[in-house]
Structure formats: C-alpha cells, structure tokens
Design a protein around this ligand. Sequence first.
Ligand code: SF4
Length: 377
Amino acid sequence: MGRLLRRSFLPTRVGDLCKNFELCAKALEFSLIIVYNKGVFFYGEGGERVAHHRPTQRERNPYPYSDTNKRYFTYDYYLRRTFGGKCAKIPLDIGLSCPNIDGRCGTGGCIYCSGRGSGDFAASPLLSVREQYDLVRAQLSAKWSVERCIAYFQAHTNTYAPLSFLRERFEEALALDGVVGLNVATRADCLEEDVLAYLGELAERTVLTVELGLQTAHDETAKRINRGHTWAQFCAGFEALRRQSDRIGICVHLIFGLPGETDAMMLETVRRVAELRPDQFKIHLLHVLRGTRLGEMYEAGEYAPPERERYIGLVVSALTMLPPDTVVARLTGDGAADDLLAPAWSRRKKSVLNDIDKMLVERDLYQGCALGGEERI
Ligand code: SF4
C-alpha cells in the first residue's frame, strides 16, 4: 500500500486528482506517493520513480464552483446547474422608456446609453413578444442550441409601466415554447408595490432574475453620467426585492471605466455590492458609442476609456472580492459593434476573457479569495 508523503493540494483536490486518473488505482500499490504543486510522483519499492502525473489547470483549480479551469462562478456553470444545460437568452424590447429619459427624474438618459436602451440585439418593439422571440430564436438557432431559452426583457426599464401592461407581456413570454425562465432588466427606483408583488408571484412559477443597473455606488459619478438615482435609492430597491421573495434572483450590473472614477472607486463599488450579497453580478466595460453624449466627450478629448491591462487587473481584483457563490454573469460589455468608437480592444472579447483567466492562474487567485472570515472558501 502506498503512503502519501506530502500534500500540497487541498484533500478534496487529491481525491479529484486520483479519481480522474487510472494511475490512482495503481498508485496504491506503489510504496510512496508524493504530491507536489507540480504533480504527483509515484515511487516503487526500490525508491525509483515509476510514474509522474502533472495535473492540468483544471485539476489544480482550487475554486469549488467550477468544473473547468475557470476560477469564478461562470454563467455557463450556473445554467448547467439550474437548467441542465445551456440556454439561449432572447432579448426583448417592449417599447418602454426610463425615468431619466422621460423627465421623471431627468432627461437625455445615461450619457453612454444607445437609443435602444441596451436592447441593441432585440427585434423591433413594434412586434409582439411572441414575434420578437420567434425571430431572434430563429436567428440564434444557426449558431446555438435554442432548446431552452430565457426570455430577457432587456431594453430600457422593464418595470416602468402599469402592472396590467407588464403582466400581459411577461405572461405571454412565460407561455412561449422553450422558455425556462425570465430575466427582467430594470432600475431599483422603478419597483412599485404592485409590481413587486407580481414579481414575487412570478418567482413561484419560473426561474426569475431581476437585473438591476447600478453602474456605480458613487453619487457624484451617478450625477456625472445622468443616472438619475443615488446609491441609497438603489439599496432601497434592492432590499425591497429581497423582502418580497427570496426566490427572486437579483443580478447587479456595474460599469468599469466611468468618467472620473479611479480604480479605488470602482473596487469600492464592488465591495459595497458584494456586501449586499446579490445572486448574480455583471461587470461591463464602458463602451463609447457613436451618437451618445459620452461619444461627444470622447471625440472632444474629455474622456478616455481604460487601457486593456488596467481593465483586466480591475476585473481580477473585483473577482477576488466577490462572495464565492455569486454567479458572475458577465465580465465585459457587448456594445453595438457598428457604433463602437472605443475602446477598440474590447472587440476581441474572447481574448480579454482569456487574459482574465490567465492572470487568475498566474497569481493563483480565484473568486472570493480576498475575503476574510466565513466568506472565504
Ligand atoms: S437606465 Fe439603462 S436604458 Fe435607461 S437611459 Fe440609462 S442605460 Fe439607458
């Protein structure tokens, strides 16, 4: 029977390692097994090394909510665990507006907002929910599996309408073929009592995620970008959703690279949001789009987007500060490619994501590793 001389892996990782390799069975017959960071060495009776296994990044990944080399809680992992496989997210636009566009708390909207209110990939709001869904689903089916779909009410503020109007559209979506869940993008200052009650009811019938745009916890930045609400208003809306039902998933959106924000400010936003314990978290890179106020600032030399390396470093730091079981639904932005003025490097989204993974491995970091106490894995 072999004996384990030294463990550099967590015990569970030794188990995983052994489970995954036939060597394990044989290993127990060896006289000595040494587990190093760089691999497992098996020695025979005479002290000779008879086998060596160098673990892959996946096997050496210390982060528990992952079955790949990813060191954070990916949306893909969440979908597989929740729905049994990948789901297509179908963007919908039901023709609503926002309170910082129509005058309730401002006009002009957020300075970076495209005219479609983040619904650039949705079909026309003149079409019914079913028509939009069928159209986008058919387009996506060329590339992705659309067997399971999440109806994503994405454009503008999707709780900023009378309840009867919302109910009709949400129920229509829920009844569509292939729909396994609803995502509703909105603002924390647009959650009336009757809408909250309905969301609570919906969450009993489907997997419901409410996506709340925060973007920054700093009121001076919120003012600069014409956000139209404060941190305190955001927290009030967040808490109201939580009180309504713990079955409502909450996803908080942040933006890195907002004008006037330092790295410390962005990470302070992450820290404050992490304390709220949302179910999901999205980090967007600020995209400068043609035809927006931000686009004008950029062209006038009043705004410069973050450099690629700085953004990657910020994202990595943010991940280390998030509770390990929070789903990370996005780590970059998805702007309308034709209207993108800057940053040009953001077009290569996959390479940015790869370099985030790379930095996590090189520095041996993972989601939540900077947290102390019970939060830490
Ligand atoms: S709240 Fe969202 S949709 Fe509305 S103006 Fe701001 S970015 Fe655009």
